[in-house]
Design a protein around this ligand. Sequence first.
Ligand code: C2E
Ligand code: MG
Ligand code: MG
Ligand code: MG
Length: 269
Amino acid sequence: GKHAGRGCVVPFDPDMLGDERHRRFVERELRAAILMDELELHYQPVFDSATLTVRSHEALVRWRHKVRGTIAPGQFIGVAEQSSLIDRLGEWVLRRACADLPRLKGPVAVNVSPVQLRRAEFAESFADILIETGTSPTRIIVEITENAPLAAGSVEMNNLTTLRAMGVRVAIDDFGAGHASLHYLRDFAFDIIKIDRTYVADFAANPVNAMIVSAVCDIARSLKLEVVAEGIETEEQLQMLVEAGCTALQGYHLGRPQPLVVQQVVCAA
Ligand code: C2E
Ligand code: MG
Ligand code: MG
Ligand code: MG
């Protein structure tokens, strides 16, 4: 990399993630970044599809690296997930989101890694942070990416049940792209379905996608679940997803993830 040697900065190369030394290097840098508050949350608004007003925000983490600039989560979450660093990162994200909450409209959604959810003490430490920051659980949404099947009675499900009993809402993220099973819906383990943006992307081009999304919305309506369509980039997609019955909408067409300073200006306007 251009600064390799002095300061030991090498570029993040996804091909190198399999390299144990590189992984440990990124892990060490990230651990320091968390302690030194070099992470930052950007907030993307989620809109009500009936009124097209902001109803909530999703917190998305960024790493403000002193040399490399802003690094996207896709570049470091995977590394964090290979150690307990993901737990520290998750705690940092929740604390920051709770601190920012008074300046945001509506609830805030935080992404939680399946690795965090596997810890027996997850729900308890989550609750501790809400208490410590004086945050009402009803203003927090937890987004879980369904990249591994969640079994009934598992540690993961117990954590989710504990959070939901407190009033935290739970969303299945990237629905339709992973392992989500209909039993998730049957067992009422979730409150919100976030339809993966691949369905949104070729919604117009592929009529089968449109049928699937409409059918998911029908089921969700009967079960009184919210359906968020994510990744809306065009007015056409927006119109079609409203028509399909999605209750909420998110995507660059409506609002990009922004740091809180910018967000405030938008809210005040
Ligand atoms: P996600 O939770 O599904 O978040 C949505 C991603 O899509 C975000 O990317 C967002 O910036 C992007 N996006 C939003 N609207 C559009 C659109 O209209 N078009 C396109 N092409 N993209 C759009 P981002 O911020 O890079 O995050 C990527 C993933 O990283 C997230 O996917 C989430 O799984 C993970 N992530 C982000 N923040 C955190 C965090 O604090 N903790 C954990 N564990 N994971 C996180
Ligand atoms: Mg998400
Ligand atoms: Mg995701
Ligand atoms: Mg998603």
